[in-house]
Design a protein around this ligand. Structure first.
Ligand SMILES: *[C@@H]1O[C@H](CO)[C@@H](O)[C@H](O)[C@H]1NC(C)=O
Ligand SMILES: *[C@@H]1O[C@H](CO)[C@@H](O)[C@H](O)[C@H]1NC(C)=O
Ligand SMILES: *[C@@H]1O[C@H](CO)[C@@H](O)[C@H](O)[C@H]1NC(C)=O
Length: 320
């Protein structure tokens, strides 16, 4: 069990600010009371306890050592120079294992170090052997990508630490993907946050940072049925580098008209204007998700998949 902060992914969801009232029966609200995130929001309705509050775990009395390993980036490409891991060995009172053989109460405890090894669980190949100070975080260690065959499935990785005869282990998964020659590759920096892209704009060589600045845009306006680039060009000319085109909802299944979006996406590619492709009306239907992913996954300006739109607000059923 781990509660890692997936900052960037959560940002994409948190950035959604289109507040649309709904009438879903949720939590403890009576059926005729409109709610958002399970809470009544009309001044004419009284407040109620929606239930479902997060339960904080009881902190441990003694310090725990919380050893973790993560890939520095969400993906590596075969063409990258090297891979790297982030190793944390925090002292926590919530996560980790009790320290058995070390007294670690003082914040200024002189450097106790933890020896560790990181290996590929599939073939037991050792990738990193090193040590870090206890209660340090963000330690970076590189490993050669030649130790892996590029593939779409992730590799299982384990870190094993030892401190005064006590062992600590933790696992992660690592993606080493084949080199790109079409479409886009986008990775998240697990250390500092932020997105990096490889696409035709840098001739598929290395990565460049993209700090997404853009808006939700009504598809009926920026991608009108009569094919006009005027509004999209005006948008790009303001310096925005990303867009979320909201399906106009006029179609029975509220998706994009495919051939029209192809025309507009060709234009996004020409502008290197990144799309947060929107599946807000399709995310609960795996057939529709598969169809849409197959259609758009190889677009050079695909930045991310925008799945649910404020599912907590609508209290959408996410998993069935
Ligand atoms: C561990 O590091 C954190 C962050 O630097 C610090 O606030 C805390 O006092 C340290 N804890 C111990 C037991 O050294
Ligand atoms: C497309 O339609 C919109 C509104 O219906 C109109 O303002 C615009 O001039 C039209 N563009 C073209 C290229 O016909
Ligand atoms: C899912 O989408 C497909 C394709 O549009 C449709 O045929 C099917 O009825 C949908 N399923 C549900 C449960 O809505």
């Amino acid at each position: 069990m781990s509660f890692k902060l997936e900052n960037m992914r959560q940002w994409l969801v948190a950035a959604v600010m289109l507040l649309t009232p709904n009438l879903v029966l949720a939590f403890n609200a009576p059926a005729d009371v409109p709610t958002w995130c399970g809470k009544p929001y009309m001044s004419t309705n009284q407040a109620l306890d929606p239930g479902g509050q997060f339960q904080f775990p009881t902190p441990s009395k003694d310090p725990l050592l919380y050893l973790t390993v993560q890939p520095r980036y969400t993906i590596f490409l075969e063409s990258d120079e090297a891979g790297s891991f982030i190793v944390d060995a925090s002292i926590s009172y919530t996560f980790g294992e009790p320290l058995q053989n070390v007294n670690y109460q003082s914040p200024n405890h002189p450097g106790v170090s933890l020896d560790f090894k990181i290996s590929n669980d599939e073939n037991r190949v050792l990738l990193v052997s090193n040590s870090i100070p206890v209660n340090s975080t963000g330690n970076l260690f590189s490993f050669p990508l030649s130790a892996f065959t590029p593939r779409l499935a992730p590799y299982p990785i384990t870190i094993r630490g030892t401190l005064n005869q006590q062992t600590f282990t933790s696992t992660t998964t690592l993606y080493i993907l084949p080199s790109r020659t079409y479409g886009s590759a986008v990775k998240i920096d697990n250390l500092h946050g932020g997105l990096y892209v490889q696409n035709p704009h840098n001739n598929y060589e290395g990565w460049y940072a993209v700090f997404p600045v853009g808006y939700y845009a009504d598809g009926g306006y920026v991608t009108p049925p009569n094919t006009s680039f005027t509004n999209l060009d005006t948008y790009a000319a303001q310096g925005f580098n990303t867009i979320n085109i909201v399906p106009d909802g006029g179609l029975p299944d509220q998706s994009y008209p495919v051939s029209s979006l192809q025309t507009y996406w060709d234009h996004l590619d020409a502008l290197n204007l990144f799309n947060l492709y929107d599946m807000r009306f399709a995310f609960q239907n795996s057939t529709r998700i598969s169809t849409q992913v197959a259609l758009w996954k190889d677009r050079p300006t695909l930045l991310s998949w925008y799945t649910a739109d404020e599912p907590d607000g609508y209290v959408s059923t996410l998993f069935r």
